[in-house]
Design a protein around this ligand. Structure first.
Ligand code: HEM
Ligand SMILES: *[C@@H]1O[C@H](CO)[C@@H](O)[C@H](O)[C@H]1NC(C)=O
Ligand SMILES: *[C@@H]1O[C@H](CO)[C@@H](O)[C@H](O)[C@H]1NC(C)=O
Ligand SMILES: *[C@@H]1O[C@H](CO)[C@@H](O)[C@H](O)[C@H]1NC(C)=O
Ligand SMILES: *[C@@H]1O[C@H](CO)[C@@H](O)[C@H](O)[C@H]1NC(C)=O
Ligand SMILES: *[C@@H]1O[C@H](CO)[C@@H](O)[C@H](O)[C@H]1NC(C)=O
Ligand SMILES: *[C@@H]1O[C@H](CO)[C@@H](O)[C@H](O)[C@H]1NC(C)=O
Ligand SMILES: *[C@@H]1O[C@H](CO)[C@@H](O)[C@H](O)[C@H]1NC(C)=O
Ligand SMILES: *[C@@H]1O[C@H](CO)[C@@H](O)[C@H](O)[C@H]1NC(C)=O
Length: 345
């Protein structure tokens, strides 16, 4: 039954995407919808086939992969720097703040995909593109829209420090003004903010991400029964327990996140604020009432987020191992694009 529902949702998502393909956004210079058509034609089926298998074992991985793409793009652009060992949120620093609790399984899944793709196509696909496609499949295979992803990103040579990472990712305690400003710096709009926050329709959060709303004083903007139950899961501010982001349909990508907000059952200050602030409330209502409108906008906002400060052409590199820079990449890879640009004149 559940898998039938999943099939239906995926099919529906696919037709939906076909339905608004006319409105498919124009990729930024250097990216295209057909980038690997000749060099790795099976890329997208390799990824979706593998993820379908993995999600059957652990649907939570979908949330992990979606969030990984978000963190990658918000911190120095979608260049897979988040995957590098040594990155402030990367796999080797998981016990140093701010690892921001990215799932280790998501890093592993990207490296597993990397190995499969290298075997079939050689080292031609960037890790940043694998992350972007995996995020799309995570959405689509969880019941959300199935949109086309512009490809051709290159992998960055430098990882983000703790400071940069902290400065680029807004905390869950953020108010709406702060969120609007943060996204505005990335050329993302208020609509993008409300829409992308809908990613919280799947996945988990640790108590520490929202206990500011339970202790010492309780946030009056939270439903009392909801708060009471959260206190059972999080009896103290420092417990390591987790809870679901969307209490209605925790593993399905749908518009129930917005219904939660209307019922004051949003988990983070940054979530619930979207229903209190006059600049964002009407959009929350619109998405809660019409899932199609949420899906259409989510596809657009994801494509936009997925193209933030991308490296293209001969910038960066194609990593063989997503967790490490290619050996020997250093000054030369940084200088090469400059030389190439100069020679085109
Ligand atoms: C707008 C600002 C955002 C804030 C403040 C925020 C904050 C957070 C926090 C604190 C968590 C829980 C981490 C934990 O306690 O383990 C979380 C989880 C998550 N976020 Fe966001 N987030 C934001 C935007 C986004 C965006 C744009 C997406 C994707 C489109 C996204 C997707 C997710 C997902 C899927 C999870 C669950 C991850 C898992 O289960 O492993 N978030 N977010
Ligand atoms: C992230 O770091 C915090 C604080 O050091 C730690 O408690 C948490 O377990 C880490 N998360 C992961 C997923 O390793
Ligand atoms: C990081 O931020 C801290 C606190 O703001 C500051 O003291 C430190 O110098 C910064 N480090 C770097 C490398 O920018
Ligand atoms: C929103 O948060 C920012 C940063 O924490 C703070 O400076 C500002 O005063 C807050 N605005 C409101 C209206 O609470
Ligand atoms: C935002 O847009 C401006 C003007 O088009 C551009 O210069 C800037 O690089 C963009 N910022 C990002 C992060 O994409
Ligand atoms: C949460 O953690 C506490 C210990 O910190 C534990 O006693 C409690 O049973 C946990 N609750 C749930 C719902 O997991
Ligand atoms: C949480 O804090 C309490 C009181 O300070 C302490 O007794 C307990 O060991 C802490 N629990 C964890 C999981 O850190
Ligand atoms: C929801 O939005 C879609 C797309 O804009 C529209 O075609 C449809 O009629 C709307 N559904 C309802 C129930 O309003
Ligand atoms: C990839 O790089 C990481 C970090 O340097 C290393 O730990 C790992 O063993 C490498 N994986 C492979 C398959 O070489």
């Amino acid at each position: 039954m559940a898998s039938m529902l999943m099939c239906f949702l995926v099919f529906f998502g696919a037709t939906l995407a076909a339905g608004f393909s006319d409105a498919q956004p124009k990729p930024v210079p250097g990216l295209s919808y057909t980038f690997y058509k000749s060099t790795c034609p099976k890329l997208e089926s390799i990824i979706s086939k593998q993820l379908k298998k993995e999600f059957k074992k652990d649907i939570g991985l979908a949330a992990g992969l979606l969030r990984l793409h978000f963190h990658d793009c918000f911190v120095q652009g979608c260049d897979a720097s988040v995957l590098l060992d040594g990155s402030a949120s990367g796999p080797s620093e998981q016990d140093a703040l701010p690892n921001l609790t990215l799932r280790p399984a998501a890093f592993k899944a990207i490296n597993d995909l990397r190995a499969l793709i290298n075997k079939k196509c050689g080292v031609v696909v960037s890790c940043a593109d694998v992350v972007a496609v995996a995020a799309r499949d995570s959405v689509a295979l969880s019941g959300g829209p199935n949109y086309k992803v512009p490809l051709g990103r290159r992998d960055g040579l430098t990882f983000a420090t703790q400071n940069v990472t902290l400065a680029d990712l807004p905390p869950p305690t953020s108010n709406v003004s702060f969120l609007i400003n943060t996204l505005n710096k990335l050329n993302l709009t208020i609509t993008d903010l409300v829409t992308l926050s809908g990613g919280h329709t799947i996945g988990l959060a640790h108590c520490t991400s929202f206990t500011n709303r339970l202790y010492q004083t309780q946030d009056t903007n939270m439903d009392k029964t909801f708060a009471k139950n959260l206190k059972l899961t999080c009896p103290a501010a420092n417990t390591t327990n987790t809870t679901v982001n969307d209490i209605r349909t925790p593993n399905t990508f749908d518009n129930k996140y917005y219904v939660d907000l209307m019922n004051r059952q949003g988990l983070f200050t940054s979530d619930q604020g979207l229903y209190s602030d006059s600049r964002t409330k009407s959009l929350v209502l619109k998405f809660a009432l019409n899932q199609t409108q949420f899906f259409e906008q989510f596809a657009l906002s994801m494509v936009k987020m997925g193209q933030l400060s991308v490296l293209t052409g001969s910038k960066g590199e194609i990593r063989t191992n997503c967790s490490a820079r290619n050996s020997g990449s250093g000054l030369w890879s940084v200088l090469e694009p400059l030389v190439e640009t100069a020679s085109t004149f």
